[in-house]
Ligand binder design. Structure first.
Ligand code: NAP
Length: 331
């Protein structure tokens, strides 16, 4: 079967003053799945986002998305995008930060950077989460000069270096340490506990690498250097302090939601700032739905498949909301 692909949009921002059935904020797996489904419900849809791919851009390979066996994360992003944009014709506008939405009658007025100024009857927030910071001396100062928040992105820059540190005990830290062990002579995996959140598969693989040293029950106190990072100061639970000579520090300690802007708009969140939804991805504001890593539900199991599923559900709920309110106008 051959597929006829729709033409790509040329404009870089949605036309000012345009009206939509649904505006999807964010273009990770949740946002792009929402776009695909919204289009299938024949809703006039648009995606506005800072980037395309979200946290998939921080992963190397994906081998747990059903049906795709093993796929490069960048390829999966391209496929998600093509599915929503080329096959179903939903325009995707990037490099835009949505800053505000307010209700005006049956619609929301949505504004953001680069002059974003559009109206929509519903909104799906698929805004993901941002990297958590350690908050220790030297971290900010050396960001981009040896401090990195993305092992997958920056590992090749350290090829042939003596040593790096990876901080964290989740999948990202473990995956990063394994990857980095192929580029540098020594990797210190620094974790504040001796139990890991990472999948056992990753932990076992990291333990098999002879050049990964686990520095457990330990926290980073300071990152030191001159023009670039030279060392990291680590304190263990028994009070022992060590200064490890490293060329880089990869901070992989998870994510937090971009809560500041949406909390100020009256969205209900949990204590960590993740958006509260019911099982239909409805938020406390009628007409506003949320999906993906920014939602409180499934917080302990953030997976691509869950993000995609919640995006699909949010689109269905937007459609149901519009239908029940009699807000869909068909030509
Ligand atoms: P995560 O699972 O939340 O793990 C964060 C780790 O950082 C935890 O071990 C945590 O320690 C530690 N941590 C948090 N705050 C800290 C602090 N202030 N100081 C020191 N350590 C701190 O985050 P993630 O590894 O980035 O993964 C996020 C999500 O993406 C997860 O759902 C993960 O499964 C998924 N992911 C999947 C893959 C994959 O399957 N290939 C790859 C990457 C990410 P504690 O354990 O003590 O809390």
């Amino acid at each position: 079967m051959s597929l006829r692909l729709a033409a790509l949009p040329k404009a870089k921002v949605p036309p000012p003053g345009e009206h939509y059935d649904v505006v999807i904020v964010g273009a990770g797996p949740a946002g792009l799945s929402a776009a695909l489904y919204a289009s299938r419900f024949l809703l006039k849809s648009v995606v506005v986002s800072e980037d395309v791919g979200g946290q998939l851009n921080l992963t190397n390979e994906v081998d747990d998305y059903p049906g795709l066996l093993r796929i490069a994360a960048s390829e999966l992003v391209a496929r998600f995008r093509d599915h929503a944009e080329k096959l179903f014709g939903v325009p995707i506008y990037t490099n835009i930060t949505v800053q505000k939405f307010e209700r005006i009658g049956d619609e929301f007025y949505i504004t953001g950077t680069r002059g974003l100024s559009i109206y929509s009857k519903t909104i799906i927030l698929a805004v993901g989460a941002r990297r958590r910071k350690l908050g220790v001396p030297g971290e900010k100062e050396f960001t981009g000069r040896g401090v990195s928040y993305c092992s997958i992105c920056d590992a090749p820059l350290y090829k042939g270096k003596e040593a790096v540190a990876v901080v964290g005990g989740g999948d990202a830290a473990m995956e990063g340490a394994i990857l980095l062990s192929g580029y540098v002579k020594k990797v210190y995996l620094i974790h504040r506990r001796d139990q890991f959140r990472a999948k056992p598969y990753y932990v076992e693989e990291a333990k098999r690498k002879p050049n990964i040293e686990f520095v457990l029950n330990s926290v980073v106190k300071e990152i030191r250097g001159d023009k670039v990072v030279r060392s990291v100061v680590v304190e263990s639970k028994d009070g022992t302090v060590r200064e490890l000579a490293v060329d880089g520090v990869f901070i992989e300690i998870g994510f937090e939601p971009p809560k500041d802007w949406y909390q100020s708009l009256g969205l209900e969140t949990d204590e960590q700032g993740y958006i509260k939804t019911d099982e239909w991805m409805r938020t406390n504001i009628p007409g506003v739905f949320a999906a993906g890593d920014a939602i409180s539900m499934w917080k302990g199991f953030r997976q691509i498949i869950n993000a995609a599923a919640s995006g699909a559900i949010a689109a269905y709920s937007a459609y149901t909301y519009l239908t029940q309110k009699g807000l869909i106008r068909r030509a």
